[in-house]
Design a protein around this ligand. Sequence first.
Ligand code: PLP
Ligand code: TYF
Length: 390
Amino acid sequence: LFDRLEAQPSDSLLALIGLVKADTRPEKIDVGVGVYRDAAGGTPILRCVKAAEKILLETQETKAYLGSEGDARFTELIKPIVFGGQGARDDRIVGVQTPGGCGALRLGAELIRASGGGARVFVGQPTWPNHNPLIGAAGVEMVDYPYYDKASHTVLFDRMMGALEEARPGDLVLVHGCCHNPTGADLSLNQWRELADLIAARGIVPFVDLAYQGLGNGLEDDAAGTRLVVEAAEQALVAQSCDKNFGLYRERTGALFVKASSGEQANVVFGNLIGLARTMWSMPPDHGAAIVRTVLETPELEADWRAELKEMLARIRSLRARLATFDPRLAYIDEQNGMFSMLPLSPEAVVELRASHGIYMANSGRFNVAGLSDDNVDYFARAVVERLPE
Ligand code: PLP
Ligand code: TYF
């Protein structure tokens, strides 16, 4: 049966975890995989999450099945955080819990495929390396659009809009809601407005990947672009993740929200999401969503979550500012958002930095800002600046 299988390359981001572990030098720096790290270099469980887990341990009465939509109260509590009060009341927007943002992206792709009509998904270049496999595996055609120029650190907005002129009504545009992965370069609010106008004029369907809300400029600011395009569009998809902003990573916690043309159509969409989820994971894992629900239902825990998220954000912003003042060639880093930025380093320079300095970043030159600390940020910046092209 398995004789015809070919060996597969490993996930190059996840492979970095093993490479860092194998390096015994104390000065090594892990700026590879995208998990938040505190000043001590750890990724501790948030206080609010620990407290919610204690509550669940003591009060949860059953582990019986919930159903393919997962924890409906979780989805209801996340809806206003993503869409604001007005969006939360919009009965054209329905949501289901998914196994993380990955599950949401895949479920969205399956919905596009099930809708028929050959809708294509326009995807920016560069983008998160999992977008193509997650969406493409559902059998959806993908079309590239230019997004970012690594050498000049700029969003190629005019070229992006030019490429989207080719979209047909019902085609989708995949956009990162905030904290673009891998570049850190987000659209400005004015650019989001222009994109929203194009979406409305052309009948394009936004497919927003919102995996880092709260880690760019705060929960509200980070959702502003998403809200603009969702409001402008007749139909929209939003793949949401709590894995970064609640530090839940391996608990695989997220949701897919879909805006339909009417409340009635939204009910049909919801039924289809349930049916599609059943063909993949039947039901999403519960624990992460139960934690988020408990935090958001408990005012003290919710307040603590917001405070902890602000601490993470402040640390990322202060490291960005510190890098920017180190050298003018790193100034752009402070203009960007979230965990990642991209250095215009060759793949050879990236690999060489591992050997010479124990600095582990993605082959693309993407590094996780949160992987730095006050103690090593200058060491990192010095090593990097020496290797930048003139
Ligand atoms: N989208 C982007 C851009 C990401 O970086 C991630 C990170 O994992 C995800 C989606 C998926 O998130 P999750 O871990 O919740 O599946
Ligand atoms: O880009 C990152 O580093 C995070 C974590 O297959 C991640 O999004 C990396 C690879 C992967 C899943 C998640």
